[in-house]
Design a protein around this ligand. Sequence first.
Ligand code: PA5
Length: 446
Amino acid sequence: MAIKLNVQNAGLKAHELDYIRPLVESANRALHERSGAGSEMLGWLDLPETYDREEFSRIQAAAKRIQAQSEVLVAIGIGGSYLGARAGLEFIKGPFGNQLHSGKGVEVYFAGNNLSSAYVQNLFDIIGERDFSVNVISKSGTTTEPAVAFRLFKAKLEEKYGKEGARERIYATTDAHKGALRGLAEEEGYETFVVPDHIGGRFSCLSAVGLLPMAAGGMDLEKVMQGCADARTAYSKPELPDNDAMKYAAVRYIMLSKGKGTEILASYEPSLAMFGEWYKQLMAESEGKDGKGIFPVSANFTTDLHSIGQFIQDGARTLFETVLWVEQSGHDLTVPEDPANMDGLNFAAGMTMQQMNEKAMKGTLLAHVDGGTPNIVITLDRLDDYTFGGLVYFFWKSLAISGYLLGVNPFDQPGVEAYKKNMFALLGKPGYEQAKAALEERLQGI
Ligand code: PA5
């Protein structure tokens, strides 16, 4: 694998992994035997073997059509119907991917992941007079944020291209048989793709949910799936010493048992910022239930060393870090010599930025370990399609084992409904009248 796990700075005693090994291997067995909680949602486990090849080809064809018909794709979705595609595109194309016009696909922007009017208007302005297409992604079709955004973008498309023209530019990814969006798509004649039944939102980014925006944006889907397939093989080994996904789950569990209840996923490449957002959903929605779990945070170093660095070094000792380190950044800028040397940096003249970044990473790692923040390091060869597919699978697999170790169902998310109920009541949705009155009373003065 192009992914290496190093736990030598996690502060483990020699016996700790040995003691927990039977538990971890049994959690892994429960996963493979499909005998644990939520086992009906394990469609992702063998996905690189079982995925629908016919739909995969249609996704690639649709991506080509989007590239031919538009300069911009607006991908509308939230949570699991949003984060993976954005994480993948930034992983490959970087934070300036939409401005670089690298010849790799269309510009992809994301909407329907908030309720901000300014955000949608800014996106309208960015698109301007240019041709655009829309991929609306929602299993239910009734999630508020994407539903609002889809109304707005559909109206824009129909105004610009007419109803017929809009139909050619709207791609709907939704439930195979039921739901509001399925009904609308069939009525209007949009091309549709499927959000699989047995794969939850946060495990869905290598289904049509993530694959269509990724392909339209220029990612190589064959390589993504190959990385995922190789990771599946690598992380299927039944013994902990041979299986890094198990080892990572074990070390996280040991961290939690020592009072380290917050995990920071830190990276030194801005291209990984959105991967951190994807990881937060995966971990928090899967583990954070029944009063349990590790709270996931993401950080971008060295940027955040100048903000939350103080806390990591010296604040409440409840943290551990998982550092994502990229061995080959793909570029080799060097620090220039400056005759005036006012900043005193000439000692580093001729050094590559990658070399400096590596020293920063290593120095920070030791400083944080010395300050009482244990570190796990995951090294990636490079940020390419293959590695993305593999890394996604690594975290899925490890997290699933982790959930079983904690004794929770890692594949449900009952807690996300609470805010929706209150929001619907306050918005005056029919059926919520009683709740509305009670909430409004509690909100008096706020
Ligand atoms: O993980 C999840 O289940 C959620 O994040 C959902 O993906 C998210 O709420 C979007 O739901 P839907 O696809 O039904 O619009």
